[in-house]
Design a protein around this ligand. Structure first.
Ligand code: 3PG
Length: 203
């Protein structure tokens, strides 16, 4: 099954303290969002992925902010189940393909989408969704490129997520709103679970 069809929302998480990784993943799974993208933006990210893989088998944990083949090698060691990149150079596309993992390469323009579609890649991350043009832009892409589907992320909030999900070329959306930094710092897993449950009910 496609990564885009596993859940309506992929939480994009930034883990500053590895001790929060497992309870955070458990709260998201309990709320109904088992697909989790841990961004490689913090020193603890790879260890967080490894711990979630080991201790929360119901989660499908992948790595975001993939920029290099070294990132991919480290994610394979950590046990990541999928890869997501904010944008995609052709060498990164090759490295993601060689990983053997499912992946969502990032794109933001018609030319970038076409370059990836030429390689047979038709399930992409649309990033940064809101600054790049948001819903009107995705609607416009669906005209000439109707066979390409997206996971938009970047600036999406609970109020706008349903309108994105209603687009025929959107499979799911991603965002950080499910895991507010203050909730993570306070260990408020009930709040995370509630936000996840609200998002899981979007479709
Ligand atoms: C991403 O990496 O997908 C975005 O940074 C998420 O953006 P958001 O914080 O606006 O949800």
């Amino acid at each position: 099954m496609s990564l885009l069809d596993l859940a309506p929302v992929i939480p994009v998480v930034v883990i500053d303290d590895v001790e929060t990784a497992v309870p955070l993943a458990r709260a998201l799974v309990a709320g109904g969002l088992p697909v989790i993208e841990v961004t490689l933006r913090t020193a603890d990210a790879l260890e967080a992925i490894a711990r979630i893989v080991a201790e929360v088998p119901e989660a499908v944990v992948g790595a975001g902010t993939i920029r290099t083949s070294d990132d991919i090698a480290a994610c394979l060691v950590a046990g990541a189940k999928f890869l997501v990149s904010p944008g995609t150079t052709l060498s990164l596309a090759d490295a993601m393909a060689a990983s053997g993992l499912p992946y969502l390469p990032g794109a933001a323009t018609a030319t970038e989408v076409m370059a990836l579609a030429e390689r047979g890649l038709k399930e992409l991350k649309f990033f940064p969704a809101e600054p790049a043009g948001g819903i009107p832009y995705l609607k416009a892409l669906a005209g000439p490129l109707p066979d390409v589907r997206f996971c938009p992320t970047g600036g999406i909030r609970p109020a706008t997520a349903p309108d994105y999900l209603a687009l025929p070329n959107v499979g799911c959306v991603g965002g950080t709103w499910l895991t507010p930094a203050d909730a993570l710092a306070a260990g408020d897993w009930g709040r995370v679970e509630k936000l996840a449950a609200e998002a899981a009910a979007l479709r």
